[in-house]
Design a binder for this molecule. Structure first.
Ligand code: AMP
Ligand code: MG
Length: 345
C-alpha cells in the first residue's frame, strides 16, 4: 500500500473545546471512508481504521507489515459502543471498565459478528479499550465507527511515542497522521482476558497488576509468566519479536560491567541506556550514553523507553546495553518490553 502523500494534521494545541478542529473532522472522515490514520493516545500513537471493515483493517496489516495472526485492539469513543462489539460482557469486565476506563486497559471479551475477522485474527474474542485522550476519542466519535488500532510503527520496531516516530516509520504507507503531542504513558495498554473465571493479565502495561488486584481481589487475578514462546490461542501476537532496535540489545542483569569492557576491547561501538544517576559509572566505556531519567521515577522511564531505543538505533552503535528494573508496578511493563526487545527470535 503506498500513498503519494501522507496528510499531516496538527492539533497539538487543542484541549477539547468546541468547535471540533477541522483537522479532526478530516481525519475522522478518512477513517469513515476506509482509510488508515495514525493518532495520539495516552499509551502510544495508534494506527486506526474502521474495525467493522475487512478492507480497511487489511490496510493496517499492510502498512505495518504485521503478521495476520496478531489480533488488533478495538478503540471506542463512548462506553456504550462496546455493546455492539461483544456477544456478552462478563461482570468482571464491566467492573474493570468502570474502574479504569477511559484508560490504558484492554479487556478481552467474547466477540460479536459485527467485528471484522481481520481484527480478531480468527479468535472468538475481541480486545476493546476506551483511550484516555481527548484527540483519540474525538477522532473515533467523528468517524462514527469503532477503530481498530495497533501501535503506529513498522512491525517489530519500537512503538511510536511522538508523531515524528510515526512519520519516520510509515510516511507514504498510510493516509494521514493526526499530530497531538507526546503520548503520556509511553507503553502500550495492559491486556486482560476476561473470558474465564479469573482476570488473566496477558500483557502488562499502564494499569498495573497491583491496581487490578485492588479492584478485583487476589483470587480473581492471574498474571501469565514470561511464557510468550508457549503462548498460542489467547494472544498470538505475543510470540513475535517486538519493540526492537536494529542493533542487538543486551540487558544488564547482574554485573555486566565486565562484558561491557570486553566488548570495548574488541573494538565495538557501545551504547548504554541507564538511569541518570548511573551516568558517571558508564561514562568511560559508553560511546553513547542515553539517560532514561531518574531511578526514582519509573513512570518517566516508561515514557522515555521507546524514544530512547530509537535514539540508540540512530547512533549506530554495534551493541546497546540497558539497565534493568524491579518488576513491580509499571516496572513489570518496562521489563516485559525490554525482554522482548532483547530477544533474538
Ligand atoms: P498492539 O496493537 O501492537 O498493541 O498489540 C495488540 C496486542 O493485544 C496483541 O498482540 C495481543 O497480544 C493483544 N490482543 C488483542 N486482541 C486480543 C484478543 N482478542 N485476545 C487476546 N489478545 C488480544
Ligand atoms: Mg505494537
Amino acid at each position: 500500500m503506498s500513498y503519494k502523500q501522507t496528510n499531516l494534521w496538527n492539533v497539538d494545541n487543542w484541549k477539547g473545546e468546541q468547535p471540533l478542529p477541522p483537522e479532526v473532522k478530516e481525519a475522522g472522515l478518512c477513517i469513515k471512508n476506509g482509510e488508515t490514520v495514525a493518532f495520539p493516545t495516552e499509551t502510544v500513537y495508534g494506527l486506526g481504521a474502521n474495525a467493522l471493515s475487512d478492507a480497511a483493517v487489511d490496510k493496517i496489516y499492510q502498512a505495518k507489515g504485521r503478521p495476520g495472526d496478531n489480533p488488533l485492539i478495538v478503540h471506542i469513543g463512548k462506553k456504550e459502543q462496546w455493546n455492539d462489539l461483544c456477544s456478552s460482557i462478563p461482570s468482571m469486565a464491566e467492573t474493570l471498565a468502570e474502574a479504569f476506563w477511559p484508560g490504558p486497559l484492554t479487556l478481552v471479551v467474547p466477540r460479536s459478528s459485527t467485528v471484522s475477522d481481520k481484527v480478531t485474527a480468527g479468535l472468538s474474542t475481541v480486545g476493546v479499550r476506551m483511550p484516555d485522550h481527548i484527540v483519540a476519542r474525538a477522532l473515533i466519535n467523528t468517524a462514527g465507527v469503532p477503530v481498530a488500532a495497533p501501535s503506529a510503527n513498522r512491525s517489530g520496531r519500537p512503538s511510536p511515542t511522538k508523531a515524528e516516530h510515526v512519520h519516520y516509520d510509515l510516511n507514504g504507507r498510510i493516509a494521514g497522521i493526526l499530530q497531538g503531542g507526546e503520548a503520556g504513558y509511553g507503553l502500550e495498554s495492559t491486556v486482560v482476558d476476561c473470558t474465564g473465571g479469573q482476570a488473566v493479565i496477558l500483557r502488562p502495561g499502564g494499569v498495573t497488576l497491583e491496581q487490578i488486584t485492588e479492584v478485583l481481589g487476589d483470587d480473581l487475578v492471574f498474571q501469565k509468566e514470561h511464557s510468550e514462546k508457549r503462548e498460542a490461542p489467547k494472544a498470538p501476537g505475543m510470540k513475535y519479536r517486538h519493540y526492537a532496535p536494529s542493533s542487538p540489545l543486551v540487558l544488564m542483569e547482574g554485573d555486566m560491567h565486565g562484558r561491557l569492557i570486553e566488548e570495548k576491547k574488541q573494538g565495538s561501538k557501545v551504547g548504554v541506556m541507564a538511569v541518570e544517576e548511573n551516568k558517571p559509572a558508564y561514562q568511560h566505556e559508553a560511546d553513547v550514553f542515553i539517560s532514561l531519567g531518574s531511578r526514582h521515577d519509573l513512570r518517566e522511564i516508561a515514557s522515555r523507553l521507546y524514544d530512547s531505543l530509537r535514539t540508540a538505533d540512530q547512533s549506530q552503535v554495534d551493541m546497546i546495553f540497558c539497565e534493568t528494573f524491579p518488576e513491580t508496578e509499571i516496572g513489570a511493563a518496562i521489563m516485559n518490553r525490554l525482554r522482548k526487545a532483547a530477544s533474538s527470535s
